[in-house]
Design a protein around this ligand. Structure first.
Ligand SMILES: [Zn+2]
Ligand SMILES: [Zn+2]
Length: 333
């Protein structure tokens, strides 16, 4: 095996990725060396590039929706073997010993590391990952279609969990996460109402094709009050809008890692025991539950494939909202 690899690097203080050759990593204790098969692009990658998330690793390799084949294991690895198809999520590792980690909230660990942000991610031919935080990819998915499950799917799942047993669910922002979570919500017997940017009829049609009961502009009122809402779009002004669409006692879940400022709004929108909740990262338990669900209910993820060489083009298309479903960097090696 050659010891150099192609990688897209985010140089310090730059906003465009640079394709370069760097040494291939070697797996340390508990780590897997993965030959990357596919890595989806997430909106969070844009937030890292734009500096909305501070202090990324220097000369970072972005990408936290990785599917790869194990080619080598470090010492201590017991849950995967060479040849396994493995998924690497946003949560790269945690301390496993702080009060958050010990009470099942490892997603809030102050010493957590994040794939493609504080440690290198998957926009490269090879990557290393802590085996204890990776997930086996179910056999009913190929690498390219599984990649968006690793963040859009997992964060979407955690967001959906936070809406509980509620029946009428509004989803604001119909991108990668929404298109994975919608069929699951419908399968659970929910009625889904999809909100897109005003005028985005293509996304509204896409939502209808996935079985939502209604789709329309985020400025419109849904045909019936919502029991719960999930906001995937990073727009703070959707919080008061979603609250106004939600019945008393309902919950509004903010699914993004970054959101523009939430404008002030009258207390009457929150009154009536409505609540607003954010979703931070994921726990391994979310992954176990989610992959168990999608193993039995095959989700047809919609992917637009790009070569690593075209990653900046793919990022720009995602930024413009021109991707239906998820943008995925695919490797043919
Ligand atoms: Zn993500
Ligand atoms: Zn911890």
């Amino acid at each position: 095996m050659k010891d150099q690899m192609k990688a897209a690097i985010l140089p310090n203080n730059k906003k465009v990725l640079e394709l370069t050759e760097i040494p291939k990593p070697t797996p340390k204790v508990n780590q897997l060396l993965l030959k990357v098969r596919a890595c989806a692009i997430c909106r969070t990658d844009l937030h890292v590039i734009d500096g909305d998330l501070s202090n990324p690793k220097e000369n970072l390799i972005l990408g936290h929706e990785i599917v790869g084949t194990v080619v080598e294991t470090g010492s201590g690895v017991s849950n995967f073997k060479v040849g396994d198809l493995v998924g690497v999520p946003w949560l790269a590792s945690t301390c496993l010993s702080c009060s958050f980690c010990l009470r099942g909230q490892e997603n809030l660990c102050p010493d957590a590391l994040f794939t493609g942000y504080t440690v290198d991610g998957g926009f490269s031919e090879y990557t290393v990952a802590d085996s204890r935080f990776c997930f086996p990819i179910p056999e009913n998915y190929d690498a390219q279609h599984a990649a968006p499950l690793l963040c859009a799917g997992l964060i979407g799942w955690r967001s959906l969990k936070f809406t509980g047993e509620e029946k009428h669910l509004g989803i604001y922002g119909f991108g990668a996460a929404a298109h994975i979570i919608t069929p699951i919500a419908i399968h659970q017997g929910k009625r889904v109402f999809a909100f897109t940017s005003p005028g985005d009829e293509r996304k509204q049609k896409f939502a209808l094709s996935l079985g939502v009961e209604w789709s329309g502009s985020s400025l419109e009122k849904p045909p019936t009050p919502l029991d719960a809402a999930i906001i995937f779009a990073p727009a703070g002004n959707l919080v008061p809008k979603a609250l106004s669409d939600t019945r008393p006692g309902g919950t509004v879940v903010c699914g993004g890692i970054h959101m523009s400022d939430i404008p002030s709004f009258p207390y009457s929108l929150l009154w009536g025991e409505r609540s607003v909740k954010s979703v931070a990262n994921l726990c391994r338990k979310d992954g176990e539950e989610f992959f168990n669900v999608v193993k039995n209910l095959t989700i047809r993820t919609h992917v637009s494939l790009f070569d690593l060489e075209d990653i900046n083009d793919a990022i720009e298309k995602l930024r413009q909202g021109a991707i239906e479903g998820a943008a995925v960097i695919a490797f043919n090696h």
